[in-house]
Design a binder for this molecule. Structure first.
Ligand code: GLN
Length: 498
């Protein structure tokens, strides 16, 4: 067997397994071999679940041998963001406070992956509690961007994006609260989707900001993202915000390659002055491509999107300050100072002081302040109102157009260390991804070439109305096809790594 199984898409691998060209065991082993050879340089995985993955692969091979009906992604390897609980497997959320915690249950996303015979290779790195845009807030390791090892892979799902871009797995699960799937996908030159809020269950997704958190696919091709999105989405009574309604077929939409009759709005407020020149140049180029594909393109204003950053950095920390109260050293993971002499409060204080990193503490303090008596209405209350106005902007826009577009992120991947001492510079990476998050609408990032000044990947963000995720897949796959070949294939051999 001379072909390198790590270079194929999830769709191709599933077909090869089904046709008995290769076994799921061979596919899984090939990915582990690559990880073992190269992840020393990338540092994407926190934990490899080798025995269980190979065991799972064997079960798929037995099904194939018996000619049983297979799920569309049966036998395909996946990297799981360490924010999702998986029974018996260490789940740290990138934090010391959860070190060595092994959850007693599977998140719904993991349950669905297992039921669909997707092979979970292990857990990948992330910013602590998903707070960050570079994965440098992980308490464990600094993940690198495979395009340039001196740069960040984006965040908070930087382990997921780096693993997929390094061909360690064709599929990864990320989570997105304000951009954490789309931005890492964009800066690593791959595809990332934030589904409509409520379509993918949050049960077992360790909460950062519950009104925004959403799990979704990170993949190299649009079709693979559609396939994975269909596997993980669906109503779940265990999540009170789960929507009991299904979207149109995403896979069918990813097969449509033309945009005739489609109306696309370019968001006026995103992508102008102050944005990296090469990012804007590639974005403008992609608008020309959309026109050539048959779409009508108009400019659309979302006036309140300018306030999205301020609104998000009140709402998300407020929810985090409440959600993270459960990490008290009593129930999970780390406990500090329990020597039989200290009282409960002292142990909780010591545990939280040592267990949380600086960004998490900053958010807890910010959120607690915004929610405190006398300030609640002025900060959290106001932010909620403006969030409503942002959502109304989208509603009005979608009366005129089918989808909206913007660059995914103002810049390409920056150098490791460049923004660690400047939280505001880090937050600015979320300018374009926050408005759709606050509105709860679906968005996807698809690669649109390399920026001229640094030869690093640029992403196009496509945004659709709630429950119309298929439109994002249609536009993304049309752009992908028009570009001819996947951008990421340029570093298939990872010459810089080998
Ligand atoms: N960068 C944003 C933050 O730090 C978004 C993170 C996310 O989507 N999880 O909050």
């Amino acid at each position: 067997m001379s072909e390198d199984l790590t270079t194929f898409s999830a769709q191709q691998l599933a077909a090869k397994i089904k046709n008995k060209d290769v076994t799921a065991s061979e596919v899984t082993q090939a990915h582990f071999d690559r990880i073992e050879k190269l992840d020393k340089k990338i540092e994407s995985f926190l934990y490899l679940d080798k025995a269980a993955a190979l065991e799972q692969a064997k079960r798929v091979d037995k099904k194939v041998a018996k000619n049983e009906t297979l799920s569309p992604l049966a036998g395909v390897p996946l990297a799981l963001k360490d924010v999702m609980t998986q029974r018996g497997v260490p789940t740290t959320c990138g934090s010391k406070i959860l070190e060595n915690w092994r959850p007693p249950y599977d998140s719904t996303v993991v349950k669905r992956l297992k039921e669909n015979d997707v092979i979970i290779l292990g857990k990948v790195n992330m910013d602590e509690f998903a707070m960050g845009s570079s994965t440098e807030n992980s308490a464990y390791q600094k993940t690198k961007n495979p395009w340039d090892l001196s740069r960040i892979p984006g965040g908070s799902s930087g382990g997921s994006s780096a693993a997929v871009a390094s061909f360690f797995a064709p599929l990864a699960i990320g989570t997105d609260t304000g951009g954490s799937i789309r931005q890492p996908a964009a800066v690593c030159g791959i595809v990332g989707t934030k589904p409509t809020y409520g379509t993918v269950s949050r049960y077992g997704l360790i909460a950062f900001a519950s009104s925004l958190d959403q799990a979704g696919p990170i993949t190299r091709s649009v079709m693979d993202a559609a396939l994975l999105n269909e596997v993980i989405a669906g109503y779940d009574p265990l999540d009170s915000t789960s929507i009991n309604q299904s979207t149109a077929s995403l896979v069918a939409a990813a097969n449509t390659k033309d945009l005739k009759g489609m109306k696309i709005g370019v968001i006026k407020e995103l992508g102008g002055e102050g944005w990296q020149e090469g990012v804007v140049a590639n974005f403008n180029q992609s608008i020309e491509t959309l026109k050539q594909l048959g779409a009508e393109v108009v400019e659309i204003s979302l006036p309140h999107s300018l306030y999205a950053l301020a609104v998000y950095y009140l709402i998300a920390p407020s929810e985090a300050s409440s959600n993270l109260a459960r990490f008290d050293g009593m129930r999970y993971g780390l406990r500090v100072g329990d020597n039989g002499e200290k009282d409960v409060e002292a142990v909780m204080n010591l545990t939280r002081a040592q267990g949380f990193g600086p960004e998490v503490k900053r958010r807890i303090i910010l959120g607690t302040y915004a929610l405190s008596t006398g300030y609640y209405d002025a900060y959290y209350g106001q932010a909620q109102k403006v969030r409503g106005l942002i959502a109304e902007d989208f509603k009005a826009a979608f009366e005129k157009v089918d989808v909206l577009v913007s660059p995914t992120s103002p810049t390409t991947a920056w150098k490791l260390g460049e923004r660690v001492d400047n939280p505001l510079a880090m937050y600015l990476a979320d300018l374009a991804t926050l408005p759709p998050s606050l509105a709860g609408v679906p968005a996807i990032s698809v690669p649109i070439g390399l920026a001229k000044e640094d030869q690093m990947p640029v992403g196009l963000q496509i945004i659709a109305p709630a429950m119309q995720d298929h439109k994002n897949y249609q536009v993304a796959s049309a752009i992908e096809a028009a570009q001819g070949g996947l951008l990421i294939d340029q570093i298939k051999d990872l010459a810089s790594l080998v």
